[in-house]
Design a protein around this ligand. Structure first.
Ligand code: DC
Length: 218
């Protein structure tokens, strides 16, 4: 079975996707982390973020894989644990530029489809229901108000020791929403078969239970 979870930044997709995969015994794949790893690598190498060909060469050459810890999913690239590094503000600021290049998206979508090819997965991102897993049995679109999403992101960063001003995060998320939904390929959008969940006033547990009821109730 394939389950797609799409939605804007900070809507709580990753936490819910990881928990849902755990409940169902499926593998969780965080595709945002893959774009983040590529961005981190590109920044490390001082690449021009608008040089699509050079970035795509990098995308095709790196090996990203996930490891499940008890509470968190670790992201590794070429043997290095990048779980914390890919959440740094410089990656947040650059990732939607990297993710806007059509050839990069094609490379990433191929890798994601390959990862999901022979297993049951819960995959989260922006274009999962439309491009990566168009045949997914369930396509959830998880959203929340931009203010609530900024508040959650601020709390999440604070918990990992990064104290960033709420308004800075709000601006950043607004800019990223715009880039993610206006790009030409793989833009974030609600599909005709999306199941929309507005999590603004719901806890992770409530969103999870709602998804499980939909999946198991049929
Ligand atoms: O979900 P996230 O915030 O970790 O995603 C990081 C960035 O990657 C975000 O700006 C959108 C982009 N992304 C994408 O374009 N397609 C995906 N399938 C997943 C993420």
């Amino acid at each position: 079975m394939k389950i797609a979870i799409d939605g804007p930044a900070g809507a709580g997709k990753s936490t819910v996707a990881r928990r849902l995969a755990e409940e169902l015994g499926f593998v969780y794949i965080d595709t945002g982390a893959m774009y983040r790893v590529l961005t981190w690598k590109a920044l490390q190498r001082g690449l021009d973020l608008y040089h699509e060909e050079e970035l795509n060469r990098l995308a095709s050459s790196i090996k990203i894989h996930f490891e499940n810890d008890c509470k968190q999913q670790k992201v590794l690239c070429d043997g290095k644990d990048l779980t914390a590094a890919i959440r740094l503000p410089e990656v947040n600021a650059a990732v939607s530029t990297v993710a806007s290049h059509p050839t990069i998206r094609r490379t990433m979508v191929e890798q994601q489809q390959h990862m999901a090819s022979s297993i049951s997965v819960v995959m989260d991102g922006r274009d999962i229901g439309e491009c990566v897993l168009p045949d997914a049995e369930y396509k959830f679109f998880v959203t929340a108000s931009v203010e609530e999403r900024a508040r959650r992101r601020a709390a999440e960063l604070a918990a990992s020791g990064l104290h960033i001003d709420y308004n800075t995060i709000l601006q950043e998320i607004t800019r990223r929403d715009k880039n993610d939904s206006e790009r030409q390929t793989g833009a974030l959008k609600i599909l005709p078969d999306s199941i929309i969940i507005d999590s603004s006033e719901m806890s992770v547990e409530q969103v999870l239970q709602k998804m499980l009821a939909i999946i198991q109730g049929e």
